[in-house]
Design a protein around this ligand. Structure first.
Ligand SMILES: CC(C)(COP(=O)(O)OP(=O)(O)OC[C@H]1O[C@@H](n2cnc3c(N)ncnc32)[C@H](O)[C@@H]1OP(=O)(O)O)[C@@H](O)C(=O)NCCC(=O)NCCS
Length: 118
């Protein structure tokens, strides 16, 4: 089951989450900000023992349908250069690597990825 959460009264009124449940337990989530006509993915994570079972793919699919529905123009994110699994997931959804951010994570470079939705 997938559930959407909004944090309208929190410190970031643009913040939203998509949670993936199995047996009433959250086993994966995707945190993002919907800022007018663009989305920034802040984090996506699946509990270790549930990885590689397409849950990340389901969360991203849900986000992208949402983005189309809300007429979002583009989705961006930052990913560690070494995170090949996450980079693969994003590439599967048509994200392109648009910039290298030197030492973005302090100890490692970040890659800025973007998907054009509209
Ligand atoms: C990145 C993450 C969310 C992916 O979630 P997931 O549910 O495991 O991903 P999926 O099962 O949907 O797989 C996505 C792609 O990665 C591949 N993949 C997943 N786990 C893999 C593994 N252990 N080894 C090789 N490839 C793997 C899948 O094969 C799939 O690609 P394909 O469809 O071309 O075959 C998950 O690995 C995670 O929580 N990682 C730690 C947190 C993190 O790094 N988040 C990203 C921050 S930018």
């Amino acid at each position: 089951m997938i559930r959407e959460i909004e944090y309208i009264e929190g410190p970031n009124p643009y913040a939203k989450s998509i949670e993936y449940y199995e047996n009433n337990k959250v086993i994966g989530f995707l945190n993002y900000s919907l800022i007018y006509d663009r989305i920034e993915i802040d984090n996506i994570e699946v509990l270790e023992e549930y990885r590689n079972k397409k849950i990340g793919t389901k969360l991203m699919t849900y986000l992208i349908y949402n983005a189309i529905d809300k007429h979002v123009i583009n989705i961006t994110l930052e990913v560690r250069k070494s995170n090949e699994i996450a980079r693969r997931l994003y590439k599967n959804f048509g994200f392109r690597e648009v910039a290298l951010r030197k030492l973005y994570y302090g100890d490692e470079d970040g890659i800025l990825m973007e998907k054009q939705v509209m």
